[in-house]
Design a protein around this ligand. Structure first.
Ligand SMILES: C[C@](O)(CO)[C@H](O)COP(=O)(O)OP(=O)(O)OC[C@H]1O[C@@H](n2ccc(N)nc2=O)[C@H](O)[C@@H]1O
Ligand SMILES: Nc1ncnc2c1ncn2[C@@H]1O[C@H](COP(=O)(O)OP(=O)(O)OP(=O)(O)O)[C@@H](O)[C@H]1O
Length: 296
């Protein structure tokens, strides 16, 4: 899989829905409701899915491009649109087109990012007038990873992943590889052997080499293909699993180096190369739209 750079000027208007990586993931505790207290760096990427929205005068919300295996009412895009419509009592509806490029359930945030793009863009197109804080609170109802895509910054995260502070990390190009196994996020977080008391670090202490992913060992034990992929990749570059997997990323200083290793990958592992960005392409496009002199 090779993901094309998302165009910002094609017709219909496509809106980016970028992927993220968890550069590290420490589980530092557990809340009474079963959710875990995490520390992480969310790295925004310049690659991802894209969505288009056609506003309708009636209140119907339709997804023109259903995802195989995901009923429309469970699709986070539909859930996000309905949530915003209900919360703002918006009388309008929409037809949504989702161009799915990212592997699903890979720990790269596909569904959460789709939900965030839907909230951000419909807020604009429907003229709801909510600010990012309000949208992030709404998004949190859909998933712990939605707020970071609303704000759209590479960020140090705490809480369940919703307490976000922008962070500057070294520029890098990532080879993201999908080992092709499905890892259930709730299953990883309910594992008795999951380390749950990693000492907290400060934002300024973050160094890739001094951090880790607390979920990685458990996923490697349960899914040998992930362990095999990591062993293969670390031979070429610093590598780690993202989120609760199953995707793994290797870190390079430039695109050429990443593409050289991508060319050597065994054929059974799909992959894409992406640059780390400080601000998500969604936020950049939105900024341009709001800044345009002829916007209505
Ligand atoms: C692990 C990460 O991928 C890191 O980016 C995310 O925090 C997961 O975010 P997400 O997929 O949006 O997660 P949610 O849909 O909110 O939760 C899925 C499941 O993961 C577990 N979960 C999630 C986040 C968290 N801080 N603690 C948890 O224990 C819960 O069992 C929950 O039922
Ligand atoms: N628009 C969507 N895109 C992808 N998955 C969706 C979507 N809507 C609902 N889902 C469901 O959510 C599940 C998780 O998908 P997703 O791609 O968000 O996982 P992920 O990359 O592991 O996310 P995270 O890193 O946030 O945990 C899918 O298996 C699918 O059943």
């Amino acid at each position: 899989m090779d993901i094309a750079v998302m165009p910002a000027d094609s017709t219909p208007t496509w809106w980016p829905s970028p992927a993220k990586l968890n550069l590290f993931l420490h589980v530092t505790g557990r809340y009474d409701n079963g959710y875990h207290h995490l520390q992480s760096v969310f790295q925004m990427l310049d690659q991802g899915d894209r969505l288009a929205f056609e506003v309708t005068d009636d209140s119907s919300i339709t997804l023109a491009t259903p995802l195989p295996g995901v009923p429309a009412q469970d699709n986070l895009v539909i859930k996000a649109a309905r949530l915003l419509q209900r919360f703002t009592q918006c009388p309008q509806g929409c037809v949504i087109t989702l161009d799915k490029q990212l592997p699903m359930g890979g720990g790269i945030g596909g569904g959460s990012s789709n939900a965030a793009t839907t909230l951000v863009v419909l807020n604009y197109l429907w003229g709801c007038g909510l600010n990012d804080d309000a949208l992030a609170l709404l998004g949190l109802q859909l998933g712990a990873d939605v707020p970071v895509f609303i704000y759209g910054n590479t960020a140090f995260a705490e809480g369940v992943g919703e307490q976000l502070t922008p962070i500057t990390v070294a520029p890098a190009c990532y080879l993201v590889v999908n080992p092709g196994v499905h890892v259930s996020t709730p299953a990883v977080f309910s594992e008795p052997e999951l380390p749950r008391n990693t000492p907290k670090i400060g934002l300024s202490d973050y160094v890739f080499e001094k951090t880790h992913n607390d979920c990685q060992q458990i996923v490697c034990n349960r899914h040998p293909e992930v362990a095999k992929l990591l062993q293969w990749l670390v031979h070429y570059a610093p590598s780690r699993m993202t989120g609760t997997g199953a995707c793994v990323f290797a870190t390079f200083s430039n695109e050429d180096a990443a593409r050289k290793v991508q060319a050597k990958l065994p054929a059974n592992w799909s992959s894409f190369v992406a640059k780390g960005v400080a601000q998500s392409p969604l936020k950049r496009q939105l900024h341009d739209v709001y800044a345009a002199p002829d916007r209505h």
